[in-house]
Design a protein around this ligand. Structure first.
Ligand code: CTP
Length: 577
């Protein structure tokens, strides 16, 4: 008889009879747990918690905040101490949202929690935590999910061919090759990735060079990190890296890297949804590797970091987290949000380079249609204190950031493309004092000419906006005179600082006013008898203003004006302006 045949209609009786015949030995949570834990006092520091763990031979500490249970792991405490955070509260490096069960909970329940990525399961008797189960008990491995059907459905044959070819090239060199990060994430989301991140178990640079020689294109090698970028070898940009582990010595500093397995490489990444890989080698082509349950987080639409100090080690991940959150309509899970707030509290990050910060801001401002929303979320969270401790995000700054999106739309309607980064920076720091704004810009490694254009824009923008508002009834040539010769940053600054009327005038100037040309040229004026020299420029400028004001529209009208200006009685006056 097939015992598994569906005989549920007889319900409980059937299950009970099976249990009598095959008595289940379910150790329950009580049988799986260890008791090497103690509650961590809320005020204990990282150093004190570590001492407690060592003295009492504990495996973890438990924490409870309102209705949220957490565990504090020795590895996280050691990581915090190594990052010079020994005097911070141990609770700040807790992993929150830990499932709590009773000692009688079934083994399968406990295993399911661990399988879903819980760092531990706490066992509670009444109000007391009596034990914990950690993922060291072997969890049932799920067979690798194959992404082949998705590849067939979503990717053009050319890209599929490229993926197989890359896998084959790696294999011929004795290396296993994987697609990782955004490519796999976007494949699972049904989106098209613009670039392909490849990880090689072996010599990534050798594989990159071989790819370049077989696929063509330009290869740029970054030897320090064992990474290389191949562009022009196919429709996608290909980033190749050796699988690696990272070790951070200082908060925000670049990590030291050592070669590692792909599983270790995935565990050093920013978020679970970016920590999946797909096999490209022929054996297992298309298989998904998902050691930190990224696919389940994709399904739950959540952004989850892989350890509580992820944002402190690499603060650019704060910007990345919010960028993904807004782009994908996901949310940070509670633990990750707490970790992000903690990382903001740890700022400033002297070892974090301004260039890296700027690069992240640029991705938000220039690449993401939802960029302004990300900036507002970051501002409200207080993330920009990383630029300067005095930075406060105000409703005024939020309005400017929203306006930034409008400005870009309005300008692109006129076919004008302004560099989005300087405008974004103006919107972010425009409400601060000149000194604080300049400190923020310097922190972002803005220097030299770009810095003086931006600080100039911060000074001039509001003044220009005011003048334009006052002069709204003046002839166009007068208004254009205010704006001519100013940097694009100053014009953007005037737009951001101004009301509707000033904004309309800046848009008009950018789209039309600044390009208006006279129909007559210098040679025409020379032919009319004007002496070579500065008076040519002055006459042309006067003509241009007449065009702007609609006084001279045709060549004949311009000629008539010049004749009038340089006529016998007026020649001397015209020629000296
Ligand atoms: N990564 C990381 N920490 C960072 C930057 C990147 O762990 N500070 C890892 C992530 O796994 C990420 C991968 O490197 O997926 C590649 O980074 P990137 O190219 O910046 O992002 P994509 O994943 O390609 O995502 P997108 O370009 O869509 O933003």
């Amino acid at each position: 008889m097939n015992c598994l045949a569906p005989r549920r209609r007889r319900g409980g009786a059937w299950v009970a009879s099976l249990r009598r015949r095959y008595p289940q030995v379910d150790p329950g949570a009580a049988g799986l747990m260890h008791q090497a834990l103690l509650p961590c006092p809320p005020e204990a520091t990282v150093n004190e918690a570590l001492r407690l763990i060592t003295r009492r031979h504990l495996r973890l500490l438990a924490a409870r905040s309102r209705n949220l249970a957490g565990v504090i792991l020795p590895a996280d405490l050691r990581r915090a101490r190594a990052l010079s955070l020994g005097a911070r509260r141990a609770w700040d490096v807790a992993r929150w949202g830990i499932p709590v069960v009773t000692p009688r909970a079934a083994e399968v329940t406990v295993r399911r929690h661990l399988f879903e990525g819980a760092a531990a399961v706490l066992v509670r008797e009444g109000r007391r935590v009596v034990g914990a189960v950690e993922p060291s008990i072997p969890t049932v491995g799920r067979p690798a999910l194959s992404l082949l059907p998705r590849l067939e459905r979503q990717l053009p044959a050319e890209t599929r061919g490229l993926l197989r070819r890359i896998g084959g090239i790696g294999e011929s060199m004795g290396c296993k090759v994987y697609a990782v990060g955004g490519f796999v994430r976007d494949l699972l989301l049904g989106r098209q990735a613009a670039e392909l991140d490849i990880v090689v178990e072996g010599d990534g640079l050798a594989v990159a060079r071989r790819l370049a020689s077989e696929l063509g294109g330009t290869l740029v090698v970054h030897a320090t990190f064992g990474t290389a970028t191949l562009e022009g070898g196919g429709a996608l940009r290909i980033d190749v890296a050796t699988a690696r582990q990272e070790h951070y010595r200082l908060p925000g500093a670049l990590p030291e890297v050592t070669p590692a397995s792909v599983a270790e490489d995935l565990r050093r990444r920013d978020f679970s949804i970016n920590a999946m890989a797909m096999v490209l080698s022929a054996t297992g082509f298309g298989d998904l590797l998902d050691p930190v349950r990224g696919a389940s987080d994709l399904a739950r639409r959540r952004i989850r970091i892989l350890h509580p100090l992820s944002f402190v080690e690499d603060p650019t991940r704060m910007f990345r987290a919010i960028r993904y959150q807004t782009r994908l309509g996901f949310a940070l899970d509670r633990g990750s949000l707490g970790a992000l707030r903690f990382a903001i509290d740890v700022a400033p990050y002297p070892a974090l380079s301004g260039q890296r910060l700027t690069a992240e801001l640029e991705l938000i401002v220039a690449e993401e249609p939802t960029g302004p929303r990300s900036l507002i979320t970051l501002g409200r969270l207080g993330a920009f204190t990383i630029l300067d401790p005095s930075y406060r995000f105000s409703p005024r700054a939020a309005r400017k950031v929203i306006d930034l999106g409008r400005l870009r739309h309005r300008l692109s309607d006129h076919g004008i493309a302004l560099d989005p980064l300087p405008l974004g920076l103006l919107a972010l720091v425009g409400h601060l004092s000149q000194e604080a704004a300049e400190r923020c810009l310097r922190r972002l490694a803005v220097s030299g000419e770009p810095l003086s254009r931006l600080t100039g824009a911060l000074r001039e923008g509001p003044v220009l906006a005011q003048r334009l508002t006052k002069a709204r009834a003046a002839p166009p040539s007068v208004r254009a005179a205010y704006l001519r010769g100013r940097s694009l940053e100053s014009l953007g600054g005037a737009w951001l600082a101004g009301g509707e009327s000033a904004r309309r005038q800046v848009e008009w100037f950018l789209a039309h006013g600044r390009t208006v040309q006279t129909l007559l040229g210098g040679d025409d004026l020379l032919a009319l008898g004007v002496t070579r020299g500065p008076s040519i420029r002055q006459l042309l400028d006067r003509l241009r203003d007449c065009r702007l004001d609609g006084v001279a529209v045709t060549r004949e009208q311009e000629l008539a004006l010049v004749h009038q200006w340089i006529g016998p009685g007026n020649r001397a006056e015209a020629q000296c302006g």
